[in-house]
Design a protein. Structure first.
Length: 318
């Protein structure tokens, strides 16, 4: 059976790059991008695009039938920092969009579901170093609470109804393509832009706040890999830990100075510091490496080189 993909939230930070990759793999005519609004970007202009509200079951159901969709990637969500400002809407969007897709899968209308979780599922009581796959999870943010609840529902639908749902807990993601989307790890994207534009950056996290991070190319690779893996290899149906590197704002600043020796970093921690302090500093992702052979390609050195190369080539012409 031919794979036909629907991406909900295709205009977001991950969605834009995931859509491009899936169109390369499955063909432009077999990948439907959708989001709540139509932006003037590649994802919208270079393939099938539909305006859809992730909270509207009937709209999603209609698209699934219209395009004979087999795989749904549900990328719509309100991220950590943004969600704290609007908790009720964050819960509504993050949870009910998931129920809609799980119920469509339960009805046998689609074959596979991808739903992203996050390191936000962990909390202040979680072991911070090398956080294991199975551990204490007491999230203290709305985003984390919704992701932890979502993980439980994914596992429930898998066990009770045989829904083939697959998930990974993304760390902080760094990309040159799309703008940051309101997350606590956004400083690690903004800092590259500011190094080129102004030569200085004020971090909203303290200099020694270590967090798990990943270059977007690796995140897209992992997403495609887990969805293409044989069903029997996916042994965890809540969500897999995923990791590539961990670093602090001070460490990324020192890496940037290898490219821009005069770069100046300062620190003014804000409300996001409290969120970051509740998250792991590093992640044990041995289950993903064992079950479906996950391997990252990027570390802080080659990621920094790639970020500057692409930003200068595609965004700033410097």
């Amino acid at each position: 059976m031919k794979t036909k993909v629907l991406i909900i939230g295709a205009c977001g930070q991950i969605g834009t790059e995931l859509t491009k990759k899936l169109r390369e793999i499955y063909g432009i005519e077999n990948v439907v991008a959708s989001d709540i609004r139509k932006l003037n970007i590649d994802v919208v202009n270079n393939g099938i695009f539909e305006v859809v509200n992730a909270l509207d079951y009937n709209q999603i159901d209609h698209l699934v039938e219209q395009y004979e969709i087999t795989d749904v990637y549900l990328m719509a969500a309100l991220l950590s920092a943004t969600a704290e400002k609007n908790p009720a809407f964050a819960w509504d969007l993050n949870m009910n969009s998931l129920f809609h897709v799980l119920n469509i899968a339960k009805a046998g209308k689609i074959k596979k579901v991808f739903w992203p979780s996050s390191i936000a599922v962990f909390g202040p009581t979680t072991p911070r170093q090398n956080t294991p796959q199975y551990t204490i999870m007491e999230p203290s943010t709305v985003y984390g609470i919704s992701k932890q609840s979502g993980e439980r529902w994914c596992e429930y639908y898998s066990k009770q109804y045989g829904v083939d749902v697959r998930s990974i807990r993304y760390p902080g993601l760094i990309s040159w393509v799309s703008e940051p989307g309101g997350g606590t790890t956004d400083y690690a994207v903004e800092i590259y832009h500011q190094a080129i534009l102004t030569g200085n950056y004020t971090s909203f996290l303290s200099k020694d706040t270590a967090l798990p991070m990943m270059y977007m190319d690796d995140a897209i690779k992992a997403t495609v890999q887990i969805m293409q893996a044989p069903e029997e290899q996916i042994k965890i149906r809540s969500s897999y830990n995923l990791s590539a590197m961990s670093f602090t704002p001070e460490q990324i600043a020192s890496e940037i100075k290898k490219h821009y020796p005069d770069f100046v970093m300062s620190y003014e921690p804000d409300f996001r510091q409290k969120i970051a302090d509740s998250w792991p500093a590093s992640i044990d992702d041995s289950c993903a490496r064992e079950d479906w052979h996950w391997q990252n390609d990027f570390n802080i050195e080659n990621m920094t080189t790639e970020m500057f190369k692409n930003l200068k080539e595609h965004k700033y012409n410097k």
